[in-house]
Design a protein. Structure first.
Length: 367
């Protein structure tokens, strides 16, 4: 994503979607011909949780006057609806219009993955454990070194080292996320490492490679599964796998700061998503039946209706795919890593405002 965060990549970049039948698919709407499909009434009987919506809206109104000008009338009307009713069948009484996403299967099933802002342990100076450098961006473009060349020392001695990690997989995972928090254990300080750019090499999914090699079953693939595999193998084997992905992300240290997405708005857990800005412009509210998972990552059998704001984007997040922000730290990472499930989603607009007719797409985007 040009997520400052985490573009950032999502699970979709790490691995392909599991091919199982218990990923929260629903088949209740028939078939959809378009990416965005006008609906006169949203039919959803799922339990509701709109508690984070107004808090996330407040961040938009504070941080982005242009986005506030575009969306505040719609946000206000949605807030009224959520407080007074919350019944999806009466959205139109508030002037709220809806377009349902067709889903990758054209049956309304939209993929939800998860992302988070990790906290990585570093040291300012290396020792016998913390010996793997993390780099700032060099002055290069098409001639940037590959991951293998960087691991071989191509950037050594150039004053680009930001700190030293105890392994290669933690910085790699932060690269996938695009940014994150860093705790320097030698002086007990916390910094935020923002996305500074990459080496302009093609991204290759190591999760997909592990599946293709038979190292991890497709249905068990997750961030945790990747890290478990890494911890069970020797350094040379791990390095060989990581080097299959020549892309490398660089960071820029900043003082501790709120996690923001591509829209520059602080993100709140379970209230913000990354989406495809060609159909979901930054600031767009969506009504989503978010799949609820058990602690082990299996689907609980239930969905929860939430109002989410699209405030981030990313290279892996295309069309019928939303990446749900889960927060900061290890627990958020575990929860985000489990998500590869499906739910129904409606893009929302308000009649007689610039957001009206949310089903409309420019001709070149209609297929």
């Amino acid at each position: 994503m040009l997520k400052q965060l985490l573009p950032i990549v999502t699970l979709g970049l790490l691995f392909g979607c599991a091919q199982k039948n218990d990923l929260a698919h629903q088949y209740i709407d028939g078939e959809f011909p378009q990416i965005l499909n006008k609906v006169d009434e949203v039919e959803s009987n799922k339990p509701r949780d709109f508690t984070e919506f107004n808090k996330q809206v407040e961040q938009v109104l504070i941080k982005s006057p242009s986005m506030a000008k575009m969306y505040q009338p719609l946000y206000h009307r949605l807030s009224e609806w959520a407080q007074q009713s919350g019944d999806t069948s009466v959205l139109s009484a508030y002037g709220i219009q809806a377009a349902q996403l067709g889903g990758g299967d054209k049956k309304g099933n939209v993929l939800f993955t998860g992302y988070f802002s990790p906290v990585m342990e570093l040291r300012h100076q290396p020792n016998n454990i913390f010996r793997y450098p993390v780099y700032g961006k060099p002055n290069c473009s098409s001639d940037c070194p590959t991951r293998a060349e960087i691991y071989d020392g191509a950037l050594d001695g150039k004053g680009l080292v930001l700190g030293y990690a105890p392994n290669r997989i933690d910085p790699f995972m932060m690269e996938v996320q695009g940014s994150g928090y860093v705790h320097f254990e030698d002086d007990d300080t916390l910094e935020y490492f923002a996305y500074a750019g990459k080496n302009n090499k093609a991204y290759v999914s190591i999760g997909r490679i592990l599946i293709e090699r038979g190292e991890v079953p497709r249905e068990e693939m997750s961030m945790k599964a990747i890290k478990d595999w890494v911890m069970a193998n020797d350094e040379a084997t791990v390095r060989e796998l990581l080097e299959q992905n020549p892309s490398y992300v660089f960071f820029a240290p900043k003082s501790e700061a709120p996690v923001t997405g591509a829209a520059g708005i602080p993100l709140l857990p379970m209230a913000a998503v990354a989406g495809d800005r060609s159909i979901l412009p930054m600031g767009t509210p969506v009504l989503a039946e978010v799949p609820l998972l058990n602690a082990d990552g299996t689907w609980s059998g239930a969905h929860q209706l939430r109002i989410l704001l699209v405030l981030d984007t990313g290279g892996a997040v295309k069309r019928n795919h939303l990446d749900l922000y889960h927060g900061i730290g290890a627990r958020a990472g575990i929860e985000a890593g489990h998500y590869k499930h499906f739910g129904r989603v409606w893009k929302l607009g308000l009649e007689n405002t610039p957001t009206q007719a949310p089903w409309a797409l420019s001709p070149e985007k209609i297929q």
